[in-house]
Write a protein that binds this ligand. Structure first.
Ligand code: ATP
Ligand code: MG
Length: 436
């Protein structure tokens, strides 16, 4: 029979690479906690209208990339292409936003029907954060400082910050009119999609990847010329904060981002190490979105990182520590020792809650069992044979330190022996109280 494969652009994450994911997620969790963020988890499915109303009807995501279907009741649902809209929806629904400051983060899969290629998938993962109730630019700067710290934590030095402002809605309106006037003069140079968007969403054209259109875009007026005093002030103060923090940035006046809801600050962190899909983190301020989705006006800013791209960077640089093997592998010296071995393993797990113990199951020769212990990367083999059982001992055989001798340890001294032999156990039992 023909085997069934996973859907194109949707990938399994296998045990051989999971340690990189866990390392990254662990670093992110710790960092977010240090800056006062609380985790929130939203459903993967939302009503389609939520995304149409927030991301915008005339965007790549809503026009071409969403997984949308009718459920059994005939309601139109979509798999979330991003989670800002869901987070705002949840915030309004549960009364988290009005007159409050919230720093929230989430982690999970997102779904977009894009053309799969390196760094671009149909199911991919983001860690995102959203801050509500702060009009900035201090929080804008803090978010960028936290992100800069993350790159440092992860040993990633080739990530640069590109920054822009989209200004207030009023500035954008003025700019929009100037942009339409300019593009009307250069209509012949625009591709079909750009022409279609000319009146509906001219800013989107600045984002075009079409070569001819890009030439036209190169001569387009700059939003900077249309910024009102408030927009200019927000941006200048943010830049001053970044200068004070010593965070380098490039002002890219063409950076507009793919979603409609942004205002003021927008930014991307980009690396050259990943080829065309080099944006590892992107975000911006969206002061109008909460109201647009039915809440009371609340300033907000958020960003999201693509975990597949960060994992690829970490793998390329071998920056994530290798997956550790088990502490001990329990070798069972014959079928009649199966029950005593099971009992020993359970007793040890009770005595040493941090111990990673793999018991050999399924029988087999002593040699085959030792080979398996070695292949798994175990630190020690514990051997329970009939001699050991009779003597009330267990043989502890070091597998990773050349020249170290095996020793017979009395059963009632085994936990103490292992605790002394495995530094991780001492370390973790002390840490256990701090991080429940
Ligand atoms: P791009 O310009 O690469 O399409 P985007 O502007 O659509 O990105 P956002 O919606 O801002 O991306 O998502 C934030 C981050 O999520 C991106 O910077 C990227 O790291 C990651 N990301 C977005 N789409 C994908 C995808 N299809 N596959 C993998 N990662 C993605
Ligand atoms: Mg995209």
């Amino acid at each position: 029979m023909k085997a069934i494969k996973s859907i194109r652009g949707m990938h399994d994450i296998l045990p051989e690479s999971i340690h990189v994911w866990q390392y990254l997620e662990d670093r992110l969790r710790r960092l977010l906690a240090r800056y006062g963020y609380a985790e929130i988890r939203m459903p993967l499915l939302e009503s389609t209208e939520l995304f149409a109303r927030s991301i915008g009807d005339v965007t790549d995501i809503v026009e071409k990339e969403m997984y949308t279907f009718e459920d059994r009741n005939g309601d139109s649902l979509s798999l979330r292409p991003e989670a800002t809209a869901s987070c705002v929806r949840a915030g309004i629904q549960h009364g988290l936003l009005h007159n409050q400051v919230q720093r929230l983060w989430y982690l999970g899969p997102m779904f977009r029907h894009e053309r799969p290629q390196k760094g671009r998938y149909r199911q991919f993962h983001q860690v995102g954060l959203e801050v509500f109730g702060l009009a900035g630019p201090d929080i804008d700067a803090e978010i960028l400082a936290m992100t800069a710290r993350l790159w440092q934590d992860l040993g990633l030095d080739n990530v640069r910050l590109e920054l822009n402002t989209l200004g207030t809605p009023a500035s954008r309106k003025t700019y929009r009119d100037h942009l339409i006037a300019y593009f009307e003069q250069h209509r012949d140079g625009l591709d079909e999609e750009a022409r279609r968007r000319l009146y509906e969403n001219p800013l989107r054209i600045l984002d075009s990847k079409h070569p001819e259109t890009r030439e036209v875009v190169a001569g387009a007026p700059s939003l900077m010329d249309d910024l009102d005093a408030e927009s200019r002030d927000h941006f200048e103060r943010l830049c001053a904060h970044l200068d004070a923090l010593g965070i380098a940035y490039i002002h890219n006046p063409r950076l507009v981002r793919g979603l409609d809801y942004y205002t003021h600050t927008v930014f991307e962190w980009i690396t050259d190490d990943l080829g065309a899909q080099g944006t590892v983190c992107a975000g911006g301020r969206y002061d109008g979105l909460v109201e647009q989705l039915g809440g009371r006006g609340t300033p907000a800013i958020g960003m999201a990182m693509g975990l597949e791209r960060l994992v690829a960077l970490l793998e390329e640089r071998a920056a994530a520590p290798a997956a550790p093997g088990p502490d001990v592998y329990l070798v069972v010296g014959g079928e009649d020792l199966t029950a005593p071995a099971l009992v020993l393993a359970e007793q040890l797990r009770g005595e040493l809650p941090e111990l990673h113990l793999v018991q050999h199951c399924g029988g087999g020769s002593f040699k085959a069992q030792m080979k398996r212990a070695d292949r798994l990367g175990a630190q020690y083999a514990l051997v329970l044979g009939s001699d050991e059982l009779a003597a009330g001992t267990v043989t502890v055989k070091p597998l990773r330190s050349a020249g170290a001798e095996q020793v017979a340890v009395a059963r009632d001294m085994l936990a103490t022996h292992l605790r002394a032999a495995l530094p991780r156990l001492q370390h973790e039992s002390m840490q256990g109280h701090e991080t429940p």
